[in-house]
Structures are given as C-alpha cells and as structure tokens.
Design a protein around this ligand. Structure first.
Ligand SMILES: Cc1cc2nc3c(=O)[nH]c(=O)nc-3n(C[C@H](O)[C@H](O)[C@H](O)COP(=O)(O)OP(=O)(O)OC[C@H]3O[C@@H](n4cnc5c(N)ncnc54)[C@H](O)[C@@H]3O)c2cc1C
Length: 322
C-alpha cells in the first residue's frame, strides 16, 4: 500500500451526499487520509432543496464550504478518468490512493437544473411570478425531487395551481411514483397523464432525465459491498443506484456510502471485508431496499422529516468532518 505516515489514502470522487457521508462513516471507523475530488467549492445538501421552496430554510443554508472540512483534503477539479487506483484530473496531476471511491452522482439531461442550489434558486424566481406551475414528466428516468418541490410550492402558496403531468414514465419508476401521486392529489396537486394546455404566464417545467455518470460507464458494483470488479475501487450513490436498477434516491446513497465505508474500514483494520447494514437502510439487499422505498414513498417525504435529516447533517455529519 502507498502510505503517508502509515495512514491509508482513500480518494473520493464527488462531494455530494454519498461522497460526504462515506467520508464521515469511514473516519468514524478508522484513521485514513481522505482526498476529495469535487469541482464545486461547496458541498450541496440537494435533498433539502424542496425545504427551501417550502420556506423552511434559505437556499444558501444548503451550501457547506468544503474548505471548512478539515478532516478531508479538497482537490477542486473534475475527475476525467480512472487509471488503476489513480484518478486523472481535468487540470491537475493525477491523484492516486490505496482505495478509490467513486460518487459522481447521476448524469442529468435537462435545462431546468433544480438538482443544484443555483439552478433551484433560478427556478424559485420563476415560481414566485407564476400563478400556475406545471411539471411535465416525459422521460424514461426522471430526476426525482420534482414531487417534493411541487408539494412545497402548494403548501407555501395554496392559491397557486400546481399540476404534475405524467405523460411518459418507465414501468421501473411506477412503483415509486404511483403511491406518491395518490398522496399528492389529496394535498391539492392535480395529476394527469396528458400534457398541459399552454397558457401565457403559466410556468412549465420539463422534468429532466438521469443517466449513469459517464465516468463510471464500465464499472459494476457488487450490491453487498459496493466494490466494483476492480479491486479496491468502489462505486456509490446515484451512479451506483442506476447501475443496480434502483431509482437515484438519497436514502440509497446513504445506505451504499455506509456499506462501502465499512468494507474499506474492515479491510484496513482486519484484512478482510465485513459489513453490516446500518440505520439508513436496515436491510441488506436491493430488492428489500426497493420495497422499503415504496413504503417510504407511499406517504411522501414530509418536509419536516427532511428538516430533521438536514439538522443531523449540519450538526453531526458536516460538523464531525470540520
Ligand atoms: C430537488 C431534489 C430533492 C430530492 N429529495 C429527496 C428526498 O426527499 N429523499 C431522498 O432520498 N432523495 C432525494 N433526492 C435525491 C438525492 O438528492 C440524491 O439521490 C443524492 O443527492 C445522491 O447523492 P450522490 O452523492 O450520489 O450525488 P450528488 O448529491 O448529485 O453529488 C454528486 C457530486 O459529484 C460531483 N461530480 C460530478 N461529476 C464529477 C467529476 N467528474 N469529478 C468530480 N466530482 C464530480 C458533483 O459536483 C456533485 O457534488 C432529491 C434530489 C433532488 C434534486
């Protein structure tokens, strides 16, 4: 192993939900040198974006400067390719480690970028001005989160008309959306399988689509540990969930980050891999996880639950890494 002061070096690509939670769990379990490759200067708690639409929090409170995380070394750059256990970067020399953990999220295709804080703020400005807001889903794999945003808008502005148009949804996504839709209708959100009629002044939001991130195109994670076919190279988060045929949901990202952290930590300390599902999942295989997700989505994700998660994130996860 290449070591610095005898400490194992772990390179993490992507400082989103999965990458940050992985670093937190790993450093709880073992001493390691964590190098985080992330092009943005902030970690973004994107699960909380609907809370900002609902007025529970300011958009900027979802940003955590990576410079404050003293327990990880932030390299501000884009990962371009994997080369053994080295990560080639866009504008700096490669970074190599004993382990590489890839968490670059899903690749999103679409112009309404509500999946990042800056894009969500722009959408919010348009939402404030419109009287009717229509979400149109016409994608194989829609970016999840539009339902929570719709609910947040309707809760904050009961006088606004909010509708969701499920023009096309892949069968794989029905298990996730159908129960949620019943719940949303009860809250006053109109649901339709037809496209909306165009009226001047209304806001039309085409829900974008997700694809596996191109950086990890050739990698296949083992769902038991999240290690890929390449030894000591792990894949977690939205990118891994899509590879496993699961929807890209934050709870899944946390579950995988925890498994990968335990796998890496146990190998460092004991020489073999031993993992145990933790509080975020309470289960051990993707099929059970899918059932659990269906249960969660049946009642929607109330914003107040997200607020609880946000408080834990800010006060525990981010604070521990600072
Ligand atoms: C509005 C919204 C609401 C949501 N609500 C919920 C919810 O209520 N419950 C729930 O469970 N899930 C929810 N989700 C889904 C959840 O946010 C995602 O599943 C989760 O963020 C995935 O984590 P991740 O780390 O895999 O990806 P991300 O959080 O997207 O992070 C990926 C990171 O990788 C970085 N990156 C990308 N490419 C590169 C590269 N080449 N090199 C280096 N870094 C790179 C990105 O800049 C980013 O910081 C919501 C999503 C959205 C958008």
């Amino acid at each position: 192993m290449s070591k610095n002061n005898d400490v194992t070096k772990v390179v993490v690509v992507g400082g989103g939900i999965a990458g940050i939670y992985f670093a937190y769990r790993l450093l709880q379990l073992v001493d390691a040198r964590v190098v985080l490759i992330e092009p943005k200067e902030n970690h973004e708690f994107v699960i909380g974006i609907p809370m900002a639409f609902g007025g529970l929090i300011d958009f900027d409170q979802l940003l955590f400067p990576l410079s404050q995380l003293r327990r990880v070394i932030h390299v501000r750059d884009n990962a371009k390719a994997l080369d053994g256990k080295c990560v080639r970067l866009a504008s700096m020399p490669s970074v190599c480690g004993d382990y590489v953990v890839l968490a670059p999220g899903a690749y999103k295709l679409g112009s309404v970028e509500y999946w990042n804080v800056e894009g969500a703020k722009k959408l919010w400005n348009n939402v404030e001005k419109a009287q009717s807001i229509h979400f149109i889903v016409n994608e194989l794999n829609p970016v999840i989160g539009f339902q929570e945003i719709a609910y947040a808008i309707k809760t904050r502005f009961p006088e606004k008309r909010v509708s969701i148009h499920l023009v096309y949804v892949a069968d794989d996504y029905r298990f996730l959306l159908n129960p949620w839709m019943t719940w949303a209708e009860a809250k006053g959100i109109e649901i339709s399988e037809d496209p909306p009629q165009h009226r001047p002044g209304d806001l039309y939001i085409s829900v974008p689509s997700v694809r596996p991130h191109p950086l990890v195109a050739d990698l296949e994670p083992d769902p038991a540990t999240m290690e890929t076919q390449l030894e000591r190279v792990y894949l977690i988060g939205d990118a891994a969930l899509l590879k496993l045929g699961l929807p890209p949901i934050g709870w899944g990202a946390l579950w995988q980050a925890s498994l990968a952290a335990q796998a890496v930590a146990s190998e460092i300390t004991m020489g073999y891999i031993e993992v145990e599902p933790d509080i975020w999942s309470s289960m051990s295989d993707p099929e059970k996880f899918k059932n659990w997700l269906t249960y969660r989505m049946t009642s929607g994700t109330p914003l107040i639950h997200i607020k609880g998660l946000y408080d834990t994130w800010a006060n525990k996860v981010v604070k521990t890494l600072s």
